[in-house]
Write a new protein. Structure first.
Lengths: 274, 205
């Protein structure tokens, strides 16, 4: 058996081992990888950055723990930016696990900035059936969420004064790992026309570029790279920038394996041809 | 009768909802909200039915010794998560429910998802081979997009432009075609349901 045959029949455990090793390296040797910002991320950053203190936007936290590594940095960066600028934030979840994610992160960030529920932000909690929730929130928040997550009527919350429906907020930023994004585009932007931006996982991002060009979403943060870009722009670094070296090295190894695999393929194909 | 009434109901409500979409008035908005309230109510009943169905199937499995352990674990986990979240106070940060969520559910889901990295690496090694012209195009596109995370000095800017082009032109054209196809298919299915041609949603009884 030649070396090329061995390459072609490489045991997958060697690949697993290499990936495991390169994922450990950045944990042992700390280094930074420069991140270039893209226009689609900058537009989301600018949207939050240009808002005046007291102005309000809706932040959707619609992801599961499985997407935590990619999407958590986006949530932290946006909440950091919003709370540091004294913006009002309405947080809602249309994915069942989102509420668990949102509760912990909100508790952490509100404690950091001394923000109070009901005064500086409103946590609506979770309701099933995203399409219906978006449609009804477009008419009146109180139809979908008569009470906030902590059981307080929305009408008694100072943060909700003068805010009847989604048309009264500056826009929507939805951080999601599922099809909730599609509902925001179809029923949110499509039906009511309010501005929508998305934060999605890396594998999802290719699906949403079409909506970016058509103007149905005004910005797109994709995957851990997008999160790192947002952190770079906002100056609030959490795990986004920290994760880039891990991703860079693992991608480099995968690319190396692809090259080796193709070299092996052409070497053995040539021999078979003879 | 059992089939006729739902079909007539779908026909009338479907046509009414289509008409109201194109009439911007207060009455139309009221009708829209009223219909959505009904959908929420029906959804709540469907949810209760779903919970009952899940419990029934898991209880059935308990009788089978081979499946009993897994069914028991699912049921136990289910009841723990539900009962610890029954009160509003029980769902706040630092409570038993949130501790279970943060310390059991998050690590489990995150670990399973993280394992994907290994499978993707292995799959890429075997699948991304330049066997045909189309496979070579796919390979090159994937290669360029993956390279954007690796610092290449002055080449990074060129790579970034290439990635932007791939995502915004060929990728978008393909995705748009798929989305339009799906949209047209959805419209056709909706018309078939409204007109009573498509009846699978009624079940087989």
């Amino acid at each position: 058996m030649t070396i090329w045959d061995r390459i072609m029949n490489l045991d997958r455990r060697w690949i697993y081992l290499c990936i495991a090793v390169v994922v450990i390296i950045p944990a042992v040797v700390s280094f930074k990888v420069p991140v270039a910002t893209t226009p689609e991320v900058k537009k989301v950053f600018d949207f939050v950055d240009k808002m005046q203190p007291g102005e309000c936007f809706y932040l959707g936290i619609d992801y599961d723990p499985s997407a935590l590594a990619e999407l958590d940095p986006m949530t932290y960066a946006i909440l950091n930016q919003a709370f540091s600028k004294d913006l009002k934030v309405i947080i809602g979840c249309l994915s069942q696990f989102g509420v668990g994610m949102a509760e912990t992160r909100l508790a952490e960030m509100s404690a950091k900035y001394g923000k109070k529920s009901g005064e500086d932000y409103c946590f609506l909690g979770y309701r099933p059936y995203p399409a219906i929730c978006i449609l009804t929130m477009g008419v009146d928040f109180r139809v979908t969420f008569p009470l906030d997550y902590y059981g307080v009527p929305l009408d008694s919350l100072p943060v909700m004064n003068g805010i009847k429906n989604l048309m009264d907020v500056k826009g929507v930023v939805d951080i999601t790992a599922g099809n909730v994004a599609d509902f925001w585009i179809t029923y949110g932007n499509g039906r009511f026309g309010f501005p929508v931006a998305l934060g999605v996982t890396g594998v999802m991002s290719a699906d949403y570029y079409q909506y970016l060009q058509s103007g149905q979403i005004f910005g797109l943060i994709s995957g851990i790279k997008g999160a790192a870009e947002y952190e770079e722009l906002s100056g609030f670094e959490t795990t986004g920038m920290e994760s880039i070296p891990y991703q860079t090295l693992s991608h480099a190894v995968i690319l190396l394996f692809i090259i080796i695999s193709n070299v092996g393929y052409f070497a053995t194909r040539g021999r078979k041809g003879k | 009768m059992k089939k006729q009434i739902p079909i007539y109901f779908v026909l009338v409500s479907g046509i009414v909802m289509i008409i109201q979409y194109f009439i911007p008035s207060e009455e139309s908005e009221w009708l829209f909200t009223y219909a959505n309230d009904w959908v929420i109510v029906i959804g709540i009943f469907a949810l209760a039915l779903g919970i009952w169905s899940l419990l029934r199937s898991e209880f059935k499995k308990l009788k089978n010794p081979k499946e009993a352990f897994y069914a028991g674990t699912v049921l136990f986990g289910y009841f723990i998560m539900v009962f610890t979240a029954l009160t509003r106070e029980g769902r706040e940060a630092g409570t038993l429910h949130m501790n279970l969520f943060n310390n059991i559910l998050i690590p489990i889901q995150a670990t399973i998802f993280a394992l994907l990295a290994f499978y993707i690496a292995s799959a890429a090694y075997r699948a991304f081979r330049a066997r045909t012209v189309l496979a070579t195009i796919l390979l090159l596109a994937a290669f360029i997009v993956m390279l954007r995370l690796i610092p290449l000095g002055p080449l990074s800017a060129i790579n970034q432009t290439a990635v932007g082009w791939i995502l915004a032109v060929p990728n978008m054209a393909a995705k748009r075609a798929i989305t339009m196809g799906v949209g047209l298919g959805a419209i056709a299915t909706c018309i078939k349901i409204i007109l009573g041609i498509e009846r699978t949603y009624l079940g087989h009884d």
